[in-house]
Design a protein around this ligand. Sequence first.
Ligand code: NAD
Length: 307
Amino acid sequence: MLIYIAGAGAMGCRFGYQLHEAGNEVILLDNWEEHIEAIKENGLKITGDKEDNVKLPIMKPNEATRKAELIILFTKAMQLPSMLQDIEQIIDENTKVLCLLNGLGHDEVLEKYMPIKNILLGVTVWTAGLAGPGVAKLSGTGSVNIQSLDKAGVEGAKHIVDVMNEANLNVEYDEDVYPSIWRKACVNGTMNSTCALLDATIGEFFSSETAEEVVLNIIHEFVKVGEATGVKLDEKEIIDYVFATSKAAAHHYPSMHQDLVQNHRQTEIDFINGYVARKGRELGIDTPYCQLITDLIHSKENILGIK
Ligand code: NAD
């Protein structure tokens, strides 16, 4: 299968590498010059659970010309519209476009660029990192849930599930993926922004005296807004999941800490707590915790001069 990875950063390299190893034709799309040069010259290097080096084609999105069978989107959330603009020429009526970004509201963005029969929406708990241009650090295991937004696309989506499972990506077809997307957003919405603001590991934040109250209030806001948009959410199950995740990842700094504090890069806050605050306003639901957290993250971005 001809598969493009649109956004060949940490996660894009993981999925691209595994799908290439399973025998698919994989083309990486990115616009980061040093990364492109490194992969063209030395191949994509893999470190972590295993060491490897593979020759994978990489180019800028607007240089791609062949129509895709599958495109997997792995930009950061705020980079999605510009990527979608640049890959319009490789999408035709048979192309499936799978969005696995963290955060909420990506379906609304995707629908502006293509018919819903092209769109697969999903969520993943795989992780990945970059150890520099052209070097992906892959460890641990994960899974993916996906759903076709259009009923007419279910059969095609199940074929994609099979192709991805041949690459050991542990993919399940989900008749309703939205609860899983919102549950993952609750994990990100309780840990990412708080740990970035407090310059703390997940364990440090969760063992602080006020953490429980803050976390429960954030989850409650996500659940109220999610349910008002028609998503079925089990608040008790989400609370258990968030606290279990916090224990398993206690020693980690979440990705927003890495983006904001360590690398001074723009965050995905507008698609996590910011999305809940925005939707809450539209729906007349108060979301004081999500609103304050979003404002404070933006303040920190401003203080650090991040555009
Ligand atoms: P990343 O920053 O490592 O990769 C994004 C890549 O997209 C970069 O290489 C960037 O150059 C490229 N890009 C962005 N806009 C582009 C454009 N318009 N044209 C060409 N290239 C463009 O990010 P990541 O860590 O791989 O995360 C991707 C998504 O997956 C995010 O939504 C993130 O929250 C989510 N996610 C990440 C992890 C993780 O462990 N890293 C786990 C689960 C989900």
